[in-house]
Design a protein around this ligand. Structure first.
Ligand code: NAP
Length: 321
């Protein structure tokens, strides 16, 4: 286990975005609406930043001049992610400040001690590391349950604890953004451990928002629906079509759309226990199983295979995520 850290510029500059809530001025007119936020002087720690949603959030924060620490498990992937971000965001007037921290596992306390050593003064912490699941409940063993719960829920809890401890020492407030999932708030097959872990993330967010809010630490969450990443790339094409048909906007979301929500949560001074659902309207839709014309997909719980329904047999729409 090792971590790499580039020397960082020291700055105590804090923007309004992260001052304690009670010291903030009352809302004014549309002064800030069209002004991009400036995160210069703010340190952001982003887990799951080697790819997908975490990587896109790091990219957006770095483009707004934050100093970003990408957290992941694989040095080669992380170093190339950091180098690519630095190259793509470099401007004559400003070089992005992007470092990376290699850890064993977000669910390990030792990993968070290393993160605290590398970044003792975080202003924004994004808990995006996560693993998916594709197994029916009765075949979900204790090992798989532990892996999903540890990564998604314990990892997020440890990230929040690191953020809270450091931000309280700094006495400057801060913002935590947790990535939950649509499965935290609605049903779906083959992902009981995942759903439980992501519902836990929302409970954690809500409780911490109340506990830490008075200290100026805002705790928020994003509830993505189906987003184009490696996590969804492995889905069966028939399932992709079935899911897409149930999304009112008729497409999966992009990582940049999720990253924009993270920037909003980091910027908006009144966002605390703010939960942004980004699912193209899927959570509002009536299940396509009510639509007699929809192509049905059969769920064979013995083989856990997706197939067309047998003639005359009952059929269900599968939610694989
Ligand atoms: N994509 C979606 O449709 C969707 C929908 C709802 C919620 N989400 C949530 O959004 C978050 C990001 O998902 P994604 O789609 O971007 O996933 P992804 O492309 O599969 O990336 C997952 C990231 O998590 C990291 N990670 C996994 N297990 C880890 C562990 N034990 N310790 C440290 N890092 C670990 C991976 O790092 P390595 O490179 O080291 O593997 C990777 O950077 C997850 O929490 C996911 O549950 C995604």
């Amino acid at each position: 286990m090792s971590f790499f850290l580039r020397t960082r510029p020291s700055s105590s500059l804090l923007t309004n975005a992260l001052r304690p809530l009670r010291t903030l001025p009352p809302p004014r007119s549309s002064r800030t609406i069209h002004t991009p936020p400036n995160f210069s002087g703010l340190n952001c720690v982003i887990t799951g930043a080697s790819r997908g949603i975490g990587h896109a959030i790091a990219s957006h924060l770095a483009s707004l001049r934050a100093s970003c620490f990408l957290v992941g498990r694989d040095e080669a992937t992380l170093s190339s992610a950091a180098a690519n971000l630095t190259a793509s965001l470099a401007r004559p007037e400003c070089t992005p400040d992007i470092s990376y921290i290699v850890i064993d596992d977000v669910a390990s306390t030792k990993s968070w001690e290393e993160i605290a050593k590398a970044c003792p003064r975080p202003h924004i912490v994004v808990n995006a590391a996560g693993v998916s699941q594709n197994q029916v409940f009765l075949r979900t063993g204790a090992e798989e349950w532990d892996k999903v719960l540890n990564t998604n829920l314990t990892g997020t809890m440890l990230g929040c604890r690191y953020a809270a401890r450091q931000m309280l020492r700094m006495k400057s407030g801060g913002c935590i953004v947790n990535i939950s999932s649509l499965l935290a708030i609605r049903g779906g097959k083959g992902a009981v451990a995942y759903a439980a872990s992501k519902a836990g993330v929302l409970g954690l967010t809500r409780a911490l928002a109340e506990e830490l809010g008075p200290k100026g630490i805002r705790v928020n969450a994003i509830v993505p629906g189906y987003i184009e990443t490696d996590m969804t790339a492995a889905m069966n094409p028939a399932v992709v079509k079935s899911v897409r048909d149930r999304i009112p906007l008729q497409r999966f979301g992009t990582v940049d759309e999720v990253a924009e929500a993270a920037v909003f949560l980091a910027t908006n001074k009144y966002a605390n226990n703010c939960v942004i659902t980004l699912d193209g309207g899927m959570s509002a839709a009536v299940s396509t199983s009510l639509n007699a014309n929809a192509k049905m997909i059969c769920f064979d719980s013995d083989a856990f295979q997706l197939s067309d329904p047998p003639k005359g047999g009952s059929s269900q729409v599968v939610d694989p995520h």
